[in-house]
Design a protein around this ligand. Sequence first.
Ligand code: SF4
Length: 322
Amino acid sequence: MQWTRMKEEVLAAGGCRVRGRLPDHAIADSTAGPGASGSGAVFFSNGKGRVRLPVTDEGPITLLARPDRRALLEYAGQVIAGEVEPVGLHCPRQAFITVTPACRFRCRYCTVPAQEERRRSIEECLALVEGVRDRVEAIALTSGIAESVEEEEDYVCDVVRALGRFGLPIGVSIFPAPDTPRRLHALGVVEVKFNLETATPDLFERYCPGLPYDRVLGALASSVPLFGRGHVFSNVIIGLGETWTELADCIDLLVGMGVVPVLRPLNPVAECRDCERPGPDLLDRAARHLKAKLQEAGFDGSGAVTMCAACTGCDIAPWRDL
Ligand code: SF4
């Protein structure tokens, strides 16, 4: 089976069973990073592409693991050989930290509001990175919104300042205040991700009540001249009721602005727990549309050094998977 199809099937299935013995540092920390919850995940790589595998008790896909990292991914009688990658914090090669794992907003697809954990202190963030320093090449920060968008921005800026001592590239994904792109850029942040989340403003209003869609678009537009094409990203969730035309239009809009869309299959959790995961054919169609648009525009996410476009574990990333 080709890598692309295997990854699409894995993402559509939402996880895999693990057999054998995993190597050290294989299980992703389920409390430090985005999407923190569940029983952990492992990352499988075929040398070029990478897929995040939430560990489940059942399902059609199996990972056969060995302590020396070599592994086989099996689905429908087909096998792909590769390796299990060691994780930094949340994903391989990065220390990806959720600064405030709580949120006063209630986006319907998100598990962060249910966690209501306390904000990580700057000392805790420093210790988290220190603990994985020998196996990461970048730092990524995301955050819920504890009090207000502006207060969260202030705090994340303080964390960025403190983490600068590691000399690693830092990427940040938070809900933007009007001045967020400029402030992060002035602090030396190299990449930003401001998530449009839904394909249309109407869906955004329905799934992210109380948050301004136009603010995200404005932040993306002002980020491109600062960080450069290929270093500004936006998650778009596939499977929230958008039509194909709406999804394609959203991809075209973002690429037209110089933004790399991260096409994220819906994970049916929180208030979306009864929704269906998008199937492999839709993921494939969306990724191929994105690839064509990026080729026309002359940029992509292949130069990303932080966050999801560098990791690509959860999405079909055209620059690595197609
Ligand atoms: S693609 Fe993004 S959300 Fe998924 S594991 Fe990688 S960094 Fe985390």
